[in-house]
Design a protein around this ligand. Structure first.
Ligand code: IVH
Length: 683
């Protein structure tokens, strides 16, 4: 960086450095520790201030600035790089007996190498989850991230440095105060969390592209990109688990090595455990397999590593795998069953999705009776027909997928599947876009209308309590709701005429509908069901534009200039607001009294809880958790599910959980429900 030469510049330089440090710290809290310390809004402010300063002093921009994580123009090809050391793979086993045999072998070979009896000595292991992603090499010189590469064939990989730079869990500089080595090459896994994977697949299929089969493919496809701006939009994370090469003396154990990586700011396996003896390894395997479904990412087993470095060295390596580590995999989650029928469902945006109805089968503890076939091309490619025998797998998606068809001898097969020409729900013509088929009926198609209403009423959007799938279906089928705004004209009598409604339930629903009239812009935007605009993007847009009119009037360039808004989102927004029908619906909602932007919001409405973080424990009596969350956000605050000493308040309701004790321990201020409510009321 050029040294500052004027007072103003010097001040800018200092401020830029401070902002970068702060942003890096918050990235670490958010992406690595999963414990944000400030609101998204406060974060965006810091980020914008930095971006503005850098725009004013472009020569002060450095490669490791947080603003430089947005990707760069596309490359023609990924160049090859030779790894510092071969990236080995691991031998893998699935049975308990094989693990015991591994431990025995380690003992025997160590006895030979070290020339002493090892029979009764417990080998110490470090055990980590086996992340199901793709392996990368990350190189740091003088604490700066200089190169990253995929594994490739183990010797030569692809240079994906600029793509990796967009991953916010990957520090671009290591913590200098923890004294990192001048040269460091680490190995880690890049993967996608399940929730992010599902959301990405939804976005992708909604715009008519092919969904990724599983989180691993999604991660690989996102990282091995020529256009790093695409990588920047994909929710990838990285966890580091090995030092490949470094200057200076390495720590004596793998456990200590992970601690050092963590101290330098690198993300390391959170679920790691030190196991003194192979029995503890077996116990950890059982424990983590049982918890597997609750983990936010896919793992396919555990990796067992001899802890002591000297012993690792003594054991050495074979040509492709070390002798001191092993992958202890879980039993596969794939089962065989038959396809009983193929039906077509119609989604909220009109996409027709073929679904296989299966003879129920248990896969990884869950009974599966349906599997998505994604689209017509996919059905043709896998050549799935009614009556076929198939392998089903659960690849982290809510709806399982058919992995492959199992050919059976002498099979007599049904006719190939064909997409219908008319919508199976409303009979409107089916339009085609690439591999995708759409119902052209729009809101006249009950399936699309139902989907749109459910989405509008969902917790993340307008949150109309009690307006779930079943009630939506009743309202649409009775002809009471033909488009969104009709919701706000429903009467008690109309509801009472529906099955299952009594005075009380009808007035509760009407009250919930009335309450939803006080919305916020982000929730309203989310509720409109614009393609590509989910919860997060809705927040980004509402912060940036403040009012719906300003957003609707923005052209593509303006939209794309917003951090996190790419060309696809911009195009989707533009076409949504251009559509006459959508404008009419918004207009009618406004006339019916829906308020989604308070006067003066853009000019800085009073936000009494700005920057404050809340956590809840126990049940509230006057409010639901979601309502409480909405109120906090409305006042500028933020709700987190976990606690840290930086949480400002814990609201304790009925039967509070362990969070209450934790709050006491951390010295976080505890509020009763009435205290919480009074905090929300404007003084
Ligand atoms: S250690 C020399 N640790 O599993 C040891 N690998 O075939 C190198 N993997 O390609 C690997 N989680 O991509 C190690 N905690 C972990 C891992 C892990 C996932 C992957 C890695 C490797 C494959 C093993």
């Amino acid at each position: 960086m050029t040294p500052p030469n004027t007072a103003k510049r010097a001040a800018a330089y200092d401020r830029i450095e401070t902002l970068r440090k702060e942003i890096r710290r918050h990235d670490h809290c958010y992406y690595v520790k999963d414990r944000p310390e400030i609101s998204d809004l406060a974060y965006d402010r810091l980020f914008r201030e930095l971006a503005d300063l850098e725009a004013a002093y472009p020569d002060l921009i450095t490669q490791d600035s947080p603003t430089q994580r947005v990707g760069a123009p596309p490359l023609d090809e990924l160049t090859k790089v030779t790894h510092e050391r071969p990236m080995l793979s691991l031998d893998s086993i699935t049975d308990r007996e094989e693990v015991l045999a591994f431990d025995k072998r380690v003992r025997r070979e160590l006895a030979k190498e070290l020339g002493r009896e090892m029979e009764s000595e417990a080998i110490h292991y470090t055990v980590e989850p086996k992340y199901d992603g793709l392996s990368v090499e990350l190189v740091y010189e003088s604490g700066r991230f200089v190169r990253g590469a995929t594994r490739g064939d183990g010797y030569v990989g692809e240079d994906v440095t600029i793509n990796l730079r967009t991953l916010r869990s990957l520090p671009l500089t290591l913590a200098a105060e923890a004294d990192p080595p001048a040269h460091l090459a680490v190995r880690g896994e890049v993967y996608m969390k399940l929730g992010d994977f599902q959301a990405l697949n939804r976005r992708i299929t909604e715009r008519g592209d092919e969904a990724f089969a599983n989180p691993r493919n999604a991660a690989a496809g996102s990282l091995r990109q020529l256009d790093s701006r695409i990588t920047a939009e994909r929710p990838l994370v990285v966890t580091c688990y090995e030092t490949m090469a470094r200057s200076g003396a390495p720590p004596p154990t793998h456990w200590a090595e992970l601690d050092s990586l963590a101290a330098w700011g690198l993300p390391v396996p959170e679920e790691r455990r030190r196991c003194d003896g192979i029995d503890a390894v077996l116990a950890f395997h059982a424990e983590i397999e049982a918890a597997r479904e609750q983990l936010p990412f896919e793992i396919d087993g555990i990796v067992v590593k001899v802890n002591h470095r000297d012993w690792q060295v003594a054991l050495g390596e074979k040509s492709r795998s070390p002798r001191w580590a092993i992958a202890f995999k879980f039993a596969p989650r794939k089962e065989i069953t038959t396809v009983q029928d193929i039906v077509v469902s119609v989604g909220r945006t009109g996409t027709l999705t073929p679904l296989a109805l299966l003879k129920p089968v248990e896969v990884g503890g869950v009974t599966i009776s349906r599997a998505t076939l994604h689209n017509a091309d996919e059905v043709a490619r896998k050549d799935i027909r009614v009556g076929d025998t198939v392998k089903v797998e659960r690849a982290g998606d809510v709806i399982p997928a058919i992995a492959e068809r199992v050919p059976v001898p002498d099979e007599q097969r049904a006719e190939p599947f064909r997409m219908p020409e008319a919508c199976p729900v409303c009979g409107a013509a089916v339009a085609r876009e690439g591999a995708y088929y759409y119902c052209s009926g729009q809101a006249a198609c009950p399936a699309q209308l139902k989907g749109a209403l459910e989405h509008f009423a969902s917790k993340q959007a307008l949150y109309i309590d009690g307006l779930g799938k079943k009630t939506v279906a009743q309202l649409v089928e009775a002809g009471l709701v033909r488009e969104l705004p009709d919701l706000y004209e429903l009467t008690q009598d109309q509801l009472l005429a529906l099955d299952g409604f009594a005075d009380k339930s009808a007035s509760l629903l009407l009250e919930a509908i009335r309450l939803s009239k006080q919305a916020t812009l982000d929730r309203f935007l989310m509720g409109l069901g614009i393609r590509q605009v989910g919860q997060h993007i809705a927040k980004v847009l509402s912060r940036r534009f403040g009012t719906l009119d300003r957003l609707a009037a923005a052209d593509r360039n303006t939209l794309e200039s917003v951090h996190e808004i790419g060309p696809e989102i911009a195009a989707s927004l533009e076409s949504f607001f251009r559509e006459e029908r959508n404008r009419r619906v918004i207009q009618r909602l406004r006339e019916l009294g829906i308020r989604f932007e308070e006067p003066g919001v853009a000019e800085g409405r009073a936000r009494p809880l700005e920057g404050k973080t809340f956590a809840f424990t126990g049940g509230l009596t006057q409010l639901s958790r979601d309502e409480a969350t909405r109120l906090v956000e409305h006042s500028g605050g933020r709700v987190t599910s976990s606690l840290s000493k930086h949480t400002h308040y814990v609201v304790a309701g009925r039967d509070p959980g362990s969070k209450l004790d934790e709050a006491r321990r951390l010295g976080v201020r505890i509020l009763t429900e009435p205290e919480f409510r009074s905090l929300l009321e404007p003084s």
